[in-house]
Design a protein around this ligand. Structure first.
Ligand SMILES: Nc1ncnc2c1ncn2[C@@H]1O[C@H](COP(=O)(O)OP(=O)(O)OP(=O)(O)O)[C@@H](O)[C@H]1O
Ligand SMILES: [Mg+2]
Length: 212
């Protein structure tokens, strides 16, 4: 059983967006998937409530209430949506649940600064230092050819953490969330540019590089 956690202490960077898309990606591939929401805002569970019954099933878990106790033993993947503002003991405790951690970062000075502190803190957690959990960063909501994206790209390239991909700012993410779908479940003519940007991330998640 794999545990993939999406986390960043900074709010609004796309944790729930990535978590729901990762969960639906693996469910579509035929894997047993549970989506554990550790955020009392319940954004991932709200998304799951919207998911059509005709789509590949995903089990929802109220991680914020009861941890992973109710995670089905048969699940191949547990995707964990971590809450914002996790630091110190809470952060260490959350990291205990995952072997793969993805940190989304937005192209904004405020976000980059906050994320830089967060990534440093995350890298100093014993489990990450011992390489028992692998971390990676993903740029999110990028608009190409903007100065701030160039800055983010440079920052993430130099961040001493694998920088996997940059996801564009697109209404597709809003549309998909509203319908309880993932980006891979939208029609190809709409979502192919997003599928291309996700390819390095799905490849990384499936590779040994993302596992201890
Ligand atoms: N690539 C994207 N393109 C367009 N909109 C996006 C993208 N990624 C996220 N969003 C939007 O940005 C907002 C914040 O995203 P999301 O809720 O996933 O962030 P979060 O990190 O989970 O926030 P919180 O810290 O509040 O839990 C949402 O309205 C979401 O639809
Ligand atoms: Mg969220």
């Amino acid at each position: 059983m794999r545990h993939i956690m999406v986390m960043n202490a900074k709010g609004g960077c796309g944790k729930s967006t990535l978590a729901t898309n990762i969960a639906s990606y693996f469910a579509d591939e035929g894997y047993g998937v549970a989506l554990a929401d550790y955020d009392p805002q319940r954004s991932s569970l709200d998304w799951l409530d919207r998911r059509p019954a005709s789509r590949a099933a995903i089990v929802g878990i109220e991680g914020f209430r009861e941890g992973l106790k109710r995670a089905p033993r048969s699940a191949d993947f547990i995707v964990i949506d971590a809450p914002a503002r996790s630091h110190g003991a809470e952060l260490t405790n959350l990291v205990r649940h995952a072997e793969t951690i993805i940190v989304p970062v937005l192209p904004s000075t405020i976000d980059m600064q906050a994320s830089d502190r967060f990534i440093k803190e995350l890298r100093s957690v014993g489990k990450v230092e011992r390489k028992e959990a692998k971390i990676a960063v993903v740029a999110n909501r990028v608009r190409e050819y903007t100065l701030i994206y160039e800055e983010l790209d440079e920052y993430l390239t130099s961040a001493r953490v694998p920088y996997i991909t940059a996801l564009r700012e697109a209404q597709n993410y809003v549309r998909a969330y509203t319908r309880g779908l993932g980006i891979f479940e939208l029609p190809e003519y709409l979502a192919w540019p997003d599928w291309e940007q996700w390819e390095p991330l799905t490849r990384w998640m499936r590779s040994k590089r993302s596992q201890p």
